[in-house]
Every structure is written in C-alpha cells, then in structure tokens.
Design a protein around this ligand. Structure first.
Ligand SMILES: NC(=O)c1ccc[n+]([C@@H]2O[C@H](COP(=O)([O-])OP(=O)(O)OC[C@H]3O[C@@H](n4cnc5c(N)ncnc54)[C@H](OP(=O)(O)O)[C@@H]3O)[C@@H](O)[C@H]2O)c1
Length: 271
C-alpha cells in the first residue's frame, strides 16, 4: 500500500543499485515517487539503499540480493517483480563492469563476465519484463551506457563494444516502441566518481578521474530527468556533452587515436 503523501508511480527495478550510479538513480526515482526494487550482491549496501529510498517515498522500497553472473539471476529478478505491491513501471539496466587491459591480456573468463553483466543481462531482463511494462499507460526503460559508446578505444575493447551495444539496442528498441507507453532512454556518462575504476583495476587513471570525474548524484538526476521527459539519449554535464559533440564532429580515426593514447599511456606495462 502507498503511504499517504507519496504519489505512486509504480515500482522501478534498478540493477547495480547497491552503490555508485545505480544507487543514485534509485534515490532519484524514489524522490520522484517511484517505489524501488533494488538489486546487487551486497546485502549490507542494499539494506542502506532500501532505508534511504524508503525515507524518500513513504517506505516503498525493497531489495533482492542476486549475483547476476548466476544462471538463474534473471528468473529470480522477474519473480521478485511479480511479488511487488504495485505494478512494475520502470527498469534501469545499470549494473556493469570493465576489465582494463589490452584484449589479449584480459582472460576470456573476464571478457565473458563483462559481456554477461553489460550485455546479456540487460538484454534478457528487458525481454522478460517488457510485457509487464507494455501494459502500463506509461513506463520507462533506462540503459546506462557510457561516453565510451561513441568511440573505439584501445585497452577497453570489450567494454566499448558492450556500451555501444547498449546504446544502439536502447535506441532501436525505442523506435519499435514509439507507439506504446514505454519510454526508452540511454544515458552516456563520462567519468563518474564511484568504485567502478577500482573494480576495473584502473588506479593508474585516478589522476584524470579526480580532475574530471563527477559525483553520481548529478549524473542520476540528469538521467532521470531525461528518462521521465521521454528523451532518447543524454550525456550528463557540460564538459562531457561537449566532448561527445567533438567525438561526433571529428573523424573516427582522430577521436580513436586521441582517446586511446590517454589510456595506453597510463596502462601498466605487461609483465
Ligand atoms: N563510473 C564511471 O565512470 C562510469 C562511466 C560511464 C558509465 N558507467 C556505467 O555505469 C554503470 C554503473 O557503474 P558504477 O560506476 O556505479 O559502478 P560501481 O560503483 O562499481 O557499482 C556497480 C554496481 O553493480 C553491482 N554489481 C556488480 N557486479 C554485479 C553482479 N555480478 N551481480 C549483481 N550486481 C553486481 C555492484 O554491487 P555488488 O558488488 O554488491 O554486486 C554495484 O552496486 C555501469 O554500467 C558502468 O559501465 C560508469
């Protein structure tokens, strides 16, 4: 039941909601009246997110700890959406990971993990949940892509490919759903100050991240603003929007060389 005072907009499922951008998006959606179904692996972080979101939306927040690498992960999430007290009206495909290094130096196991988290899970979750979202007068799908979707980049080959997939997939799906109430939006952030670079072993990029990175709050706000306004795509922040504009303006080969050099210069030497 919805608490008095909270305007019910149904529930949003957010993957990777335990921390970083996913957590900030969960808070932002809770603030706008959505109930929250948060998922990640860490029980402790989910507990905090549920408390924080519940304080914003009249207690309409719950969580399920799921490891998205597990084969039954999507089944468990779909089951969880069926037990919600209100209809599911939003899906945020946020969980994602990078493994930094030249393609041959990253193990095939890590490439598979990345593709599972960044591509297979969003694809399958969207496919399974779309029938539920389609029957709502208004519903939302947010794909958390990246600025790296706009250019090929040495040392992040699989990651760039996965984020380009998410962007093209999201925009294509949007075209197919244009006469329905389902709004699909893709957000393409530049560097965001989260645990992401640490997980990707990108500590050598910390100097740049500290100079140009942004906190997740404003990124989430811009993403949710764009999603609820029915926009197709958003690059949050003036600097990153300008960078994206230059990436589209200049020849691919030049953009690829400049972007790759930044990463190649800092990549620790192969042992
Ligand atoms: N940070 C950036 O600079 C940046 C820039 C552009 C785009 N992005 C994209 O934004 C998204 C979120 O990134 P972030 O920076 O917020 O990352 P983050 O701080 O590392 O958070 C990732 C979230 O995903 C969850 N997660 C990771 N592996 C999982 C698994 N196997 N099963 C279930 N949950 C899992 C993590 O929680 P548990 O570990 O508890 O499971 C955590 O809640 C990603 O798709 C990323 O590619 C990030």
């Amino acid at each position: 039941m919805t608490e008095p005072g909270a305007t019910s907009k149904g529930y949003a499922l957010i993957t990777g909601a335990g921390q970083g951008i996913g957590r900030a998006i969960a808070l932002e959606l809770a603030l706008r009246g959505f109930g929250i179904l948060a998922t990640a692996r860490s029980q402790a972080s989910l507990k905090e997110v549920v408390m924080e979101c519940g304080a914003l939306n009249g207690g309409r927040a719950t969580a399920i700890a799921v490891d998205l690498f597990e084969a039954d992960a999507v089944d468990r999430l779909v089951d969880a959406t069926r037990s919600l007290p209100e209809p599911l009206t939003a899906l945020v495909n946020n969980a994602g990971q990078a493994f930094w290094g030249c393609f041959e130096d990253v193990s095939m196991d890590d490439h598979r993990k990345l593709m599972r988290l960044n591509v297979e899970v969003p694809l399958e979750l969207t496919h399974r949940l779309l029938p539920m979202l389609r029957v709502r007068p208004e519903s939302y799908i947010l794909m958390v892509s990246s600025l790296t979707a706009y250019s090929a980049m040495a040392t992040l080959a699989t990651y760039c490919g996965s984020k380009a997939f998410l962007l093209r997939f999201g925009r294509s799906l949007r075209l197919e759903l244009k006469d329905t109430g389902v709004n699909v939006c893709c957000v393409c952030p530049g560097t965001v100050l989260t645990g992401f670079t640490q997980r990707a072993n990108m500590q050598a990029m910390d100097d740049l991240a500290k100079r140009f990175g942004k906190p997740p709050g404003p990124i989430a706000r811009a993403a949710v603003d764009a999603l609820l306004a029915g926009r197709a795509e958003v690059v949050p922040g003036f600097l990153d929007r300008t960078t994206a504009w230059f990436m589209k303006l200049f020849p691919d080969a030049l953009v690829e060389r400049v972007a790759s050099n930044i990463y190649l210069k800092r990549l620790p030497k192969r042992k």
